[in-house]
Structure formats: C-alpha cells, structure tokens
Ligand binder design. Structure first.
Ligand SMILES: N[C@@H](CCC(=O)N[C@@H](CS)C(=O)NCC(=O)O)C(=O)O
Length: 98
C-alpha cells in the first residue's frame, strides 16, 4: 500500500517526498491547499492537530513533522535505496544536527 503524503506543495513536504524517492518508497500525494486554509479543516486536524503540512499515513500509522517522517523512513528502510542516516560517525553527527 502506497504511503499517503498530505500537502505536497509546501517546502517541508518536498523534503519528505525527496526522502521517499531516495528510499524507493511508493507514495501518493493528497492535496491540501494551505492558500485556502485546508490545513485547518476539521477532517485534516484529526491527522495533524496543529493544522500544518506535511502528514504521512502509512497504513494505520500517522506521523507529522517532516524531519521525524524522514528519520522514520530512513530507519524503516535502512537497507533500501540511498543510505540517509550516515555511514560514518561524522556523517551521523551531521544528520543529527539537521
Ligand atoms: N516543523 C514543521 C513545519 C511545517 C510547516 O511549517 N508547514 C507549513 C508549510 S506551507 C504550513 O503548513 N503552513 C500553514 C500554516 O501554518 O497554517 C515540519 O517540518 O513539518
């Protein structure tokens, strides 16, 4: 089942999308138009109580905050696609700083 990514047009969501591409994870985007305030719709607030994008839905699992989402996928698919957590302690230090 493809991961759903809400609010594809915002910069923080694009970060998540790049991560999913790098990790070769199938996804679909769900439009949430922040210029129309759709991120404050009651249905959306059930996913993201602070009313910002992005959010992902991965089966029954829902997660928000772009960096937390990226780390989740970097860990979940550690051996798939591009290594994003760093191969050396120096690289891992930089990743932790991001
Ligand atoms: N720390 C959050 C920032 C999310 C964020 O600022 N999203 C903006 C992107 S356009 C947003 O939803 N703004 C609409 C609003 O604040 O109502 C993350 O990295 O996911």
């Amino acid at each position: 089942m493809a991961v759903k990514v809400y609010g594809p047009h915002c910069a923080s969501t694009k970060r998540v999308l790049v991560c999913l591409v790098e990790k070769e994870v199938e996804f679909e985007v769900v439009p949430v138009d922040v210029t129309k305030g759709e991120q404050k719709d009651p249905e959306y607030l059930k996913l993201q109580p602070f009313g910002v994008v992005p959010v992902i839905k991965d089966g029954d699992y829902t997660l928000y905050e772009s960096r937390a989402i990226m780390r989740y996928y970097a860990e979940k698919y550690r051996s798939q696609g591009v290594e994003l957590l760093g191969k050396t302690i120096e690289e891992r230090g930089l990743v932790s700083n991001g």
